[in-house]
Design a protein around this ligand. Structure first.
Ligand code: FES
Ligand SMILES: [Fe+2]
Length: 352
């Protein structure tokens, strides 16, 4: 077993998330020449861009005297520690030691370094033990759509954030007058297990004529959406309203068991006013996410205070119950006993 594997096991509590996955460490535009510190699965990392443009990720700790390398600067293709100036390349090797005896060799100790892939404007990092892991997922920005991105740090565990992303039944209350209005329509959610998680198709909703975002539909127009949980950290939501299509991709990076960095990307297609609709959706979505953040941080603090599972489960909770099963199914803690206990799908009716 490799040293990194042992260290990973020591540092990462299994319930947060399986480390054998790719995680978003930052948006591409956040990594310029200045180093950036990020924490993923309780592991402090430093990201920096070499002169070639390549992004490197090292453990954010100088092996000399533990100072954070992210406080230093990038020199050529190395990062320079701000204390005694030892430099380390993207492969973790020491490349310079300013204070040294005439024949003293460079220190051999390497800083742990991690696999990085920059794609679709995100920096993906792999902290697991597989020397050749499958590539990170693709989320290309489809041409013709308007795109924007939000980035939030939530004081809440990743599973609560994912649950919130898939849960429709809170929208008419927590986002009342913004996303939906008070629940009044009987809808059907068809939940099905997929190879990568779960997929929930909700039909029966029509434009109510209320002054929320669904006003787009116009009174009586069919609104359809598919909400998917993609293991281990992603929710994708697709809405179709007339000829418009909204794609929301929410990807969580767990910093710790109780803190989650959330990357939300949305694509909007609404010809011939796609640009305007994208701008409007950005304003609305920003507000919606801030409302969710407030609720989620309160929920997390309450769970910390009171503990215990939910004490009520409603019909409208079925999608998130399935999400929780799918989430647990691949977590290391339950892998040994895993089997989906329920049916492979379910259909529920509730007011939305
Ligand atoms: S602590 Fe980094 S060079 Fe001394
Ligand atoms: Fe919400």
């Amino acid at each position: 077993m490799s040293a990194i594997r042992l260290e990973t096991q020591k540092l990462i509590r299994p319930m947060i998330c399986d480390p054998e996955n790719w995680f978003i460490a930052a948006r591409s535009d956040q990594i310029k020449r200045r180093p950036l510190r990020r924490i993923i699965l309780e592991r402090p990392l430093v990201l920096f861009r070499e002169s070639s443009g390549r992004v490197s990720v090292l453990e954010d700790r100088c092996p000399h005297k533990h100072v954070a390398l992210s406080l230093g600067r990038v020199v050529g293709d190395s990062i320079e520690c701000p204390y005694h100036g030892l430099c380390f390349g993207g492969d973790g090797r020491c490349t310079a030691q300013p204070s040294r005896a005439p024949d003293e060799p460079l220190p051999q100790k390497r800083v742990p370094h991690f696999m990085v892939v920059e794609q679709d404007d995100w920096i993906w990092v792999y902290l697991g033990a597989n020397p050749a892991p499958p590539p990170p997922p693709r989320y290309e920005k489809i041409l013709g759509y308007g795109w924007f991105e939000l980035h939030n740090l939530m004081q809440a565990p990743m599973d609560l954030v994912l649950e919130n992303g898939l849960d429709c039944s809170h929208t008419g209350i927590a986002h009342r007058g913004l996303f939906r209005s008070y629940p009044s329509q009987l809808v059907t959610s068809s939940i099905e297990e997929t190879a990568t998680g779960i997929r929930v198709r909700t039909t029966g909703e029509r434009g109510s004529g209320g002054l929320d975002s669904m006003v787009l539909a116009g009174r009586g127009t069919a609104i359809e959406h598919i909400d998917a949980f993609i293991r281990p950290h992603t929710v994708r939501v697709d809405y179709w309203v007339r000829k418009a299509h909204f794609i929301t991709i929410l990807i969580c990076t767990p910093e710790t068991a109780s803190r989650t960095r959330v990357y939300t990307r949305q694509g909007v297609l609404m010809p011939p006013v796609t640009a305007l609709a994208t701008l409007a959706s950005q304003l609305v979505t920003r507000k919606i996410v801030s409302q969710d953040k407030r609720i989620l941080e309160n929920q997390a603090a309450q769970i910390e205070l009171f503990g215990g599972p939910s004490r009520i489960a409603t019909m409208a909770d079925a999608p998130t119950t399935w999400l929780r099963r799918a989430f647990r199914a691949k977590s290391p803690a339950s892998a040994a006993t895993n089997a989906y206990p329920g049916p492979r799908g379910e259909k529920v009716h509730y007011t939305l």
